[in-house]
Design a binder for this molecule. Sequence first.
Ligand SMILES: NC(=O)c1ccc[n+]([C@@H]2O[C@H](COP(=O)([O-])OP(=O)(O)OC[C@H]3O[C@@H](n4cnc5c(N)ncnc54)[C@H](OP(=O)(O)O)[C@@H]3O)[C@@H](O)[C@H]2O)c1
Length: 350
Amino acid sequence: MAPVTNGRELFNEIVPAGELPTPGKTTVYDTSETIDFDTVPLNGGFLVKTLALSMDPLLLPSMRAPQKGQPMPPFPIGKPIMGVGIGVVLRSEHEGVEVGSHAYGALSHQEYSIVPTLKNPMQPVEIIKKNPKLSWTAQLGPTGLAGETAFCGWKEHSKAKKGETVFVSSGAGGVGSIVVQLAKKDGLKVIASAGTDAKVKFLKEIGADVAFNYKTTDTREVLAKEGPLDIYWDNVGGETFNAAIEATKMNARLIVSAAKSQANFNGTNQPIKVAGLFNARSLTMVGFNMFFLRYKHMAAFRGEYVPQVANGEFKYAEDIRHGLANAGEALLHALSGENVGKVSVIVAEE
Ligand SMILES: NC(=O)c1ccc[n+]([C@@H]2O[C@H](COP(=O)([O-])OP(=O)(O)OC[C@H]3O[C@@H](n4cnc5c(N)ncnc54)[C@H](OP(=O)(O)O)[C@@H]3O)[C@@H](O)[C@H]2O)c1
């Protein structure tokens, strides 16, 4: 077979603190490479055609200047972005990986890529089955990275009890919208915030008892009226974190999902101002890295939660873009908060 173009989204420039990525500058779409499916050396790995990629805010910290505590290593300049995706196997030399099977996990932002092994913990990839009731983008969102983060973090750390009150920031996001619904299933009162009225509407549709636009309504006023809080699920950090700590009850739990918390979005550090409340109220703050936690909860995630999503017991919204060339725009769309639902890019049909 003749070589075909292998489109790639290359990391081109570090994103300065306080700024969001600029499509075409931070990343560039490159078509200079070709690939021959029949002859490209696999060296024991397998060749994947990318079908869909998840546009995760988690990608942003790796676009910043190298610094301590980045959840994942910085992206090397001139190389393809590495994110979470799903692809179909076109050729394989890897034991247990069949042609036509589907790979889920850390995939390069390129149309075709070679996965060297299923055993590299720094590039976790696994072979998954298509759920006939879920699209590939759903398998990247509510039952992919976002769902895993919400489910594993909630099961491990919430210690939720019926009648308690939880506040979820960025409640309409991929992670937040699942946390809202897990908390409702556990019988909690759910307060959730988002940055647009369309997202607030979505929050009400998925069952949040109190949903508000943090850009037009004061978070502290809402929490003073609707709290106090037994649990705060943090997706954003910053001043919202401080407002949540102030609104806690005795023995409240603060669950830090946000990658690098406040520095995730703006690349600057805003200190936690009310640290004194931690001992006064016996607060517990816990962070987690889903990549290490997921193995503990996978049986319940796949056996109980995924069928519930497939059966419609959990609602989710999707914001889908098409074509790898539009991945930079799609990520910016997710980060700027204009999206309603999980942003994914469909790279190719099967
Ligand atoms: N712990 C882990 O292992 C793990 C794994 C995956 C993801 N994460 C983290 O979990 C969080 C949620 O993930 P997600 O994928 O569902 O993302 P997400 O919540 O959809 O994040 C993007 C949203 O954050 C909000 N936002 C943007 N800038 C903000 C700012 N300056 N202040 C407050 N909010 C701002 C925007 O929504 P609104 O403005 O409308 O609220 C935007 O749409 C992220 O921080 C992500 O990095 C952690």
